[in-house]
Design a protein around this ligand. Structure first.
Ligand code: GLV
Length: 330
């Protein structure tokens, strides 16, 4: 198929083949469909030749990449988080930056409950024990865990995903308290109670962290915050590595100052703090909270819509840097 006259689009990571076929019918595609992560120089080289790009949380889009990409009009992240973008640099260069909000809310909230239940009811630990052939007889107090029902769930970050988690917690007969930068209108709170972060950490039986990663949320949960939590509590982090101080969390879990943790994201992932691997009371998944077949497809399709709109001169639905619109590249 001829690519003459078609906009050139880079796809930096593997996505479903059917989506690649769709993209190929519209664009001259530079797709990286192996399992290889593009090193920064290669990412910059590929984007330098592109009109638009589908990017992922693993791609750092910074000044160096943007300065070399004279024709680039849009970077469409296949993720709701966008801490891999230097947004101010995108705006300076007139490059539209987009993300994929909403379509992943319910899948991520499901995963939050999966991690909370798994950590509270000691699923990983008891299954490892069973598989290792240790189960000789039933015991009255075997793997006694923590309840969810009737307990208080503290949600730090009561945005779209935080509220989807709260809806599920209501189904578990949990009381929900939340901390956020401001109190939300009563109809949005839907019965949840706004409290300060410290009050939340003291009151909650279990805590879920669901805030964006920003300079202001770096180590939002560190040693001081963990010390406020109940020693019977479970902490769940599905936000971003760096929001929780992993070294402090390892110490709290090791010293019994916290019952358990459920983690989908880590500082310096995919490298893990080795302390986690020595602990039984932590359940870990490899940054897959939005990874269901349907949700990943919906995320990719929303990113494709953002890309298509931007390349056609239309304002994309999930524009992150509206200030770039007036200086966008034609
Ligand atoms: C996943 O972490 C996302 O930001 O979508």
């Amino acid at each position: 198929m001829s690519t003459a006259g078609k906009p050139r689009v880079a796809v930096t990571r593997r996505i479903y083949p059917s989506l690649i076929e769709e993209l190929k019918s519209v664009y001259a595609l530079d797709d990286n469909q192996g399992d290889r992560l593009l090193p920064p120089e290669e990412l910059a080289r590929r984007l330098a030749a592109a009109d638009g790009a589908l990017t992922f949380a693993t791609d750092r889009i910074d000044e160096a990449v943007l300065a070399a990409a004279a024709k680039l009009k849009v970077v469409a992240n296949v993720a709701v988080g966008f801490n891999n973008f230097d947004l101010a640099a995108c705006t300076r260069h007139g490059v539209l930056a987009t993300n994929t909000p909403e379509v992943l809310n319910e899948s991520v909230a499901d995963h939050a409950l999966a991690l909370l239940l798994a950590a509270a009811r000691r699923l990983g630990e008891s299954e490892r024990w069973l598989r290792a052939g240790h189960w000789k007889r039933w015991e009255f107090d075997q793997f006694a865990g923590a309840d969810l029902h009737g307990r208080t769930l503290g949600i730090i970050g009561f945005g779209r995903i935080g509220r989807a988690i709260a809806r599920r917690a209501a189904g578990f007969s949990m009381r929900v308290i939340y901390a956020d930068t401001a109190r939300l209108p009563a109809d949005v709170e839907a019965g949840a109670q706004w409290v300060g972060k410290e009050e939340l950490l003291r009151q909650a039986d279990h805590v879920v962290v669901m805030v964006p990663y920003l300079p202001s949320t770096h180590h939002l949960i560190g040693a001081a915050e963990l010390a406020l939590m109940k020693p019977t509590a479970v902490l769940v982090n599905l936000a971003r590595g760096g929001v929780v101080d992993d070294a402090a969390l390892v110490r709290a879990l090791r010293d019994g100052r916290l019952a358990a943790a459920g983690l989908d994201v880590f500082e310096n992932e995919p490298q893990l703090n080795p302390g986690f691997l020595e602990l039984e009371n932590v359940v870990m998944t490899p940054h897959i909270a939005s990874s269901t077949q349907a949700t990943r497809e919906a995320m990719a399709r929303l990113a494709m819509r953002n890309l298509a709109d931007a390349l056609a001169g239309r304002r994309p639905p999930c524009l992150l840097n509206p200030d770039a619109w007036d200086r966008r590249r034609q």
